[in-house]
Design a protein around this ligand. Structure first.
Ligand SMILES: [Zn+2]
Length: 159
């Protein structure tokens, strides 16, 4: 069992084991939490953090890039932010926070970046709301890990 991360409209996807999924999401939110400035950027990182298998179960937290609440008017900026946080993660940003050495994280992040690169403006179907498992009451960070928390807590505390 594992999780599929996809860009169906471009016909590409990546399958990760449950353990690899935690590594991908943890490295993305460590960098994204430091980079996020706008409300949308903070929501994106919170939404990524919400794909928390400890709360929602193993093998049910994969997503398609189409599920992101892209705004057609701001799409290029929003995509640039997702690429920038992935690039920062690829530079091992704050990996010392993790209590393990993620040897294959660079491969997962490189594959994830390719999915994002292939997602283009024509694929965005109008403004839409975030599809939360459970909407967060506020956008706030874990005091221990300084990453955005979801409605049911911190992905890194749960790991
Ligand atoms: Zn935490």
């Amino acid at each position: 069992m594992g999780n599929i991360f996809s860009n169906d409209k471009a016909g590409c996807d990546m399958a990760l084991s449950n353990g690899a999924t935690i590594v991908l999401l943890s490295t993305l939110i460590l960098s994204g939490s430091d980079l996020a400035q706008t409300e949308w950027e903070q929501e994106l990182v919170t939404w990524l953090a919400e794909h928390d298998q400890t709360i929602y179960g193993l093998g049910v937290v994969g997503f398609d890039l189409d599920e992101i609440a892209w705004n057609p008017a701001d799409f290029e900026q929003e995509k640039a932010f997702l690429l920038a946080l992935t690039d920062l993660a690829l530079r091992r940003h704050r990996w010392e926070v993790l209590d393990y050495d993620p040897p294959f994280a660079l491969c997962y992040l490189t594959d994830f970046r390719k999915l994002v690169e292939c997602y283009t403006a024509e694929m965005v179907e109008g403004p839409k709301a975030w599809d939360w498992f459970q909407p967060p009451e506020t956008l706030s960070k874990c005091p221990l890990h300084q990453v955005f928390v979801h409605a049911n807590g911190c992905l890194l505390c749960h790991d």
